[in-house]
Design a protein around this ligand. Structure first.
Ligand SMILES: [Zn+2]
Length: 457
C-alpha cells in the first residue's frame, strides 16, 4: 500500500509544548505509522506520495467540543426548535460542516440537538458519502422543569423535535438515556442549571445530586460520554462529583467544585466565545432590543474569568468550545476565538491552549476515533498554518492562514460555499422589537408637536 510522507520543518504534535524541527509524518491507510526526525524516517518507496509542508506550521486538526451543528445560526430559541423540520436541520448541518472544516476544525462535539439530526450527519460522513469532520453526535438535551432547554412554558412542554427533552422523573431520565444510546449517540447532554434562584442570587440546580449521579452512571455504563451545561455553583458541584466528562461554562464555581473536578477527572470548557461576541456586538442589537443581555454577559465574564483562572491554576484540564451555531457565532467563523480567550483571559500559554484545542478536547470524542494528536496510531488529521500560532494564537482565526486541511492524510477541498440565509435559517417571525408609542415616535423624529414630518416627504 502506498504511503504518504509529510515533510515538516515545524511540527506541533498536540502533546507537548515545543515545536519539533525537520520532522516527517508517514501515513498508511489514513493513520500515522511514523512521526519523528526526517533523518530517521522510513525511506520513500516508488508510488508513495510526498507532501512538503515547507515553512508552514503543521499541527493536529482543531477540535471544538461545543458546536451546535443543527441550530442553523439561530437568532432565537424559536428558530432552533420551531421553524425547521428535522430533515432540513440535518441537511443544513451537513452543509455547515464544510464551513467548520475550512476553518481548520477536523472534529466537533455536538452538545445537544434533536432526534437523529447530528447522528445522521455523522453517519453520512462516516459512510464516505460526504467529506466532513469527525462528529461526536448527540440527541435531545435532558432537561428538567425549570432547566435550560425546557425554555417554553409548561403548556408547550418539549414536543418530539424540540432540542430539549423534559425528563421530570428519575425513570424518565434513565429511559431517555437508554433511548439515545440505542439510537447511536456518542454524547449525552444534561441541562444542569435551573432558572430559579435562591434569595442570594445563586442558581438552583435543575436536578438533585442523586439524580445527577444516577444519570451519569447510566451514561457511562452504556459506554457514552456526558456533557453538562452548568453556570451555577451547585450544578457544577453535582456534575463534578458525579464525574461527568465535560462541564460547559462553570462560571460560578467555587473551591469545592475545583476539588471535586480534580478528584473525578472531569474537564471544563468555558465556551467564553459566545459571551465575548455578545458583548462585542451588543451595539448592533441592544439599541433595538434593549434587553440588558450584553450587560449581564459582561458581568458573567468578569466573575467567570476570576473563578476559571483559579481552576486553571489548580490544574483543572480545559477543552475548547465556541457555542457555534447561533447568529452571534456562525459556523466556521469563531471557533478559534476560544483559544485566544484561554490565553488572554485565563493565562494559558499558547502551547497549553493549543493542547486544550487538540489532544485534551479529543477526549470528548469516542476513543475509537483516535484524533487530536500527531503520534503513531492516531488519525492523520492535521492542518498547515501560515505563521506560528505559538507566537500569536489569533492567526488561527484567519481563514487565509489555514493553508491546508487534511483528514486521514488526505487534503480536503477547503471551500466555504455561499447560501441564501433567508432560506437556510432565520425563519423567526419577529417583526418589531420595541413599542412604537407616540412618545417614541416623537423621540425618533417621526412625529413632532407641530405635525407629521412624513407628510412633508
Ligand atoms: Zn451551547
Amino acid at each position: 500500500m502506498p504511503r504518504t510522507h509529510v515533510l515538516c520543518q515545524q511540527l506541533f504534535t498536540g502533546l507537548e509544548d515545543n515545536v519539533r524541527r525537520d520532522q516527517t509524518l508517514v501515513i498508511e491507510d489514513g493513520v500515522l505509522s511514523y512521526t519523528g526526525p526526517a533523518a530517521e524516517a522510513p525511506a520513500q518507496a516508488p508510488g508513495d506520495e510526498v507532501i512538503d509542508a515547507g515553512q508552514h506550521f503543521v499541527m493536529p486538526g482543531l477540535i471544538d467540543v461545543h458546536t451546535h451543528l443543527v441550530f442553523g445560526n439561530a437568532k432565537s430559541e424559536e428558530d432552533i426548535d420551531l421553524h425547521v423540520s428535522p430533515e432540513f436541520r440535518a441537511l443544513r448541518g451537513l452543509f455547515f460542516t464544510q464551513h467548520v472544516l475550512a476553518a481548520g476544525y477536523t472534529s466537533v462535539v455536538v452538545p445537544g440537538d434533536a432526534g437523529q439530526c447530528s447522528i445522521s450527519v455523522r453517519n453520512a460522513i462516516d459512510a464516505g458519502m460526504f467529506t466532513g469532520p469527525h462528529i461526536a453526535a448527540s440527541s435531545n438535551v435532558i432537561a428538567n422543569r425549570q432547566s435550560l432547554n425546557d425554555w417554553f412554558p409548561s403548556w408547550v412542554g418539549t414536543p418530539e423535535y424540540f432540542t430539549g427533552r423534559l425528563c421530570a422523573t428519575r425513570e424518565a431520565q434513565i429511559a431517555e438515556i437508554r433511548r439515545q444510546a440505542k439510537d447511536g449517540v456518542d454524547v449525552i447532554k444534561i441541562a444542569m442549571d435551573g432558572t430559579h434562584r435562591r434569595d442570594n442570587g445563586e442558581h438552583i440546580a435543575a436536578f438533585t445530586e442523586d439524580e445527577t449521579r444516577a444519570m451519569v452512571d447510566e451514561v457511562h455504563r452504556l459506554g457514552k460520554k456526558v456533557a453538562v451545561h452548568a453556570y451555577g455553583r451547585e450544578a457544577v458541584l453535582y456534575a463534578a462529583r458525579a464525574g461527568v466528562d465535560v462541564i460547559f461554562h462553570a462560571f460560578f464555581l467555587d473551591e469545592a467544585c475545583i476539588e471535586a473536578i480534580l478528584e473525578s477527572g472531569s474537564h471544563l470548557a468555558p465556551t467564553f466565545t459566545m459571551l465575548a461576541n455578545n458583548v462585542e456586538f451588543a451595539e448592533d442589537y441592544e439599541a433595538s432590543t434593549r434587553s440588558g443581555y450584553a450587560e449581564m454577559q459582561r458581568r458573567v465574564i468578569d466573575i467567570g474569568c476570576r473563578n476559571l483562572r483559579r481552576a486553571h491554576e489548580a490544574g483543572v484540564p480545559f477543552m475548547t468550545g465556541s457555542d457555534s451555531g447561533f447568529a452571534i457565532t456562525p459556523y466556521g467563523e469563531w471557533h478559534a476565538r476560544e483559544i485566544e480567550i484561554l490565553v488572554d483571559w485565563l493565562g494559558f500559554t499558547p502551547a497549553e491552549a493549543l493542547r486544550a484545542a487538540t489532544s485534551v478536547s479529543a477526549k470528548m470524542l469516542p476513543a475509537s476515533r483516535r484524533v487530536g494528536a500527531l503520534e503513531v496510531g492516531r488519525q492523520a488529521d492535521f492542518i498547515l498554518v501560515e505563521g506560528s500560532p505559538l507566537d500569536d494564537v489569533r492567526i488561527l482565526q484567519e481563514r487565509d492562514r489555514i493553508r491546508g486541511v487534511f483528514l486521514g492524510g488526505r487534503r480536503v477541498e477547503s471551500r466555504v460555499p455561499g447560501y441564501d440565509p433567508n432560506r437556510v435559517s432565520d425563519f423567526n417571525t419577529v417583526k418589531w422589537s420595541e413599542l412604537h408609542t407616540r412618545a417614541r415616535a416623537m423621540s425618533l423624529g417621526k412625529r413632532s408637536a407641530t405635525g407629521n414630518p412624513l407628510q412633508d416627504m
